[in-house]
Design a protein around this ligand. Sequence first.
Ligand SMILES: C[S@@+](CC[C@H](N)C(=O)[O-])C[C@H]1O[C@@H](n2cnc3c(N)ncnc32)[C@H](O)[C@@H]1O
Length: 251
Amino acid sequence: MDLHARRADSFGAQAEAYAEHRPDYPVAAIRWALEPLGTSERLDVLDLAAGTGKLTGVLVAEGHRVTAVEPNEQMLSELVRRVHDVRALPGHAEHIPVPDQTIDAVFVGTAFHWFDPEKALPEIARVLRPGGVLAAMWIEHDDDVEWLAEFERISATSVESQRQDPTGMMAHPAFGAVEQKTFPHAQRRESPEALIATVNTHSRMLVVDDEERASINEKMLAFLRSRPETSNGPFDVPLRVKAFRMVRVSE
Ligand SMILES: C[S@@+](CC[C@H](N)C(=O)[O-])C[C@H]1O[C@@H](n2cnc3c(N)ncnc32)[C@H](O)[C@@H]1O
């Protein structure tokens, strides 16, 4: 298995920690993504690559009929354990186990970069009703904040983080133009150890060897214990959610 595939499949080994330590998504970004549908009614929404349900839970709380699709068995089990009122199905973005034109909006949280876009985009187009929306979101540290930018540098591993320009990846003739908006968000962490636990659920940490992981964890802990922002009890980690939406055009 190549590194990309190994990383895409790495999350399940830490599924419980993932569910416990990863941030959720801001409601404002979800509402913005659904604006082109022009309704505030209950919608049929698909959370693709749903993981342990970080985005799924927010979609359910917004009152939508939610189907969650996720290939990794351990991640999907955590989702089923933690999020109720959702139809949870095993499956991949390249072969979505949902009938044609039955979905109003497909959401993808911090996962589109793991897909094969040439196969996933026609599949997403197939399950969407005309006028439906594809919304892809990525959660990032707000590196305009000085301590967090420095923390990012310290937590880098020999495996690079997966940052690409999604507008190129997402373009497809079945969809209109990609629109983008960035939303401020934050995650409360009780201690330096809790932030380190979050970082340890990222694929770039999951696939490095034990020695490298231990050394980076040690450096992160020393840094967070040395900073006034993070060494005096609970703190907020400033985040940015980059959201992209595009509308399924009629055939
Ligand atoms: C970083 S996690 C994001 C999970 C969740 N959406 C969230 O925001 O917390 C990436 C997820 O993508 C899933 N994944 C990887 N390759 C996939 C594919 N080809 N199709 C669907 N899901 C995939 C992984 O199993 C993992 O659960």
